[in-house]
Design a protein around this ligand. Structure first.
Ligand code: ADP
Ligand code: 5GP
Length: 211
């Protein structure tokens, strides 16, 4: 069964940057491309970061039960399409989801194997600097994101892991380590371990037959 790695962070903490690096480093991961009603930002290619749809299409899909979870964030709808989880399970990969804290709460109730990771910026001042430097939001939107960040950051308590995104290479390495350690948890290794143990049993049988 696939693990769903749910990654949340206050906006601007560097979540997209870290997820991109994580996916580049581990071919065993599949990214869940969310559906959203927000407008694409400059440079955002439809179907890569998001599937951009109108409100009507989003609500139709919601009614048809296509979303594993959904939430309204900054006045727009966002949802996780169940096909990504099915695709991950079908191809033996683990799923990476970039979703907000509300979506993470819903997924924990709906999927059997959820590992949640919260990314924090090193400080409020650094977060503000990164949001301004990114240059994708108006000053008002940045103010709104900062106010929201103060509220969002407190929800780190609901997560299994916390990564502080100070030096980007280090934070990426920490994410990779979490993914690798989770795959080695005993209950996820049972099938592999049984094959190893079976090889011992077979060798004992052949040793005995050689006595
Ligand atoms: P998010 O997806 O969380 O909103 P982004 O990944 O877009 O955040 O990052 C916000 C801005 O901060 C971007 O301009 C990005 O290049 C920059 N950034 C991300 N991580 C770091 C880091 N560790 N050090 C410096 N700048 C960073
Ligand atoms: P942005 O518009 O800046 O890309 O994302 C805004 C917020 O929406 C981020 O916190 C992001 O994690 C969240 N988000 C993106 N996709 C989904 C989704 O499918 N479900 C939920 N619940 N949140 C999402």
């Amino acid at each position: 069964m696939s693990i769903a790695f749910v990654i949340s962070a206050p906006s601007g903490a560097g979540k997209s940057t870290l997820i991109r690096r994580l996916l580049e480093s581990d071919p065993g991961l599949l990214f869940s491309v969310s559906y959203t009603t927000r407008q694409p930002r400059p440079g955002e290619v439809p179907g890569v970061a998001y599937h951009f749809v109108g409100r009507e299409e989003f609500l139709e899909r919601l009614q048809r039960g296509e979303f594993l979870e959904w939430a309204e964030v900054f006045g727009n709808y966002y949802g996780t399409h169940r096909s990504y989880y099915e695709q991950a399970c079908g191809t033996g990969r683990d799923l990476v989801l970039d979703i907000d804290t509300e979506g993470a709460r819903q997924l924990r109730l709906r999927l059997p194997e959820v590992v949640s990771i919260f990314i924090l910026p090193p400080s409020r001042a650094i977060l503000e600097h990164r949001l301004r430097q990114r240059g994708q939001d108006s000053p008002e939107a940045i103010e709104r994101r900062l106010r929201e960040a103060a509220r969002e950051a407190q929800r780190y308590l609901e997560y299994d892991y916390v990564v502080v995104n100070d030096v980007v290479e280090q934070a990426t390495q920490q994410l990779l380590s979490i993914v690798q350690a989770e795959r080695c948890r005993r209950h996820r290794m049972d099938r592999v371990a049984r094959v190893v143990l079976e090889s011992f049993r077979l060798s004992n049988v052949s040793l005995r037959s050689n006595d």
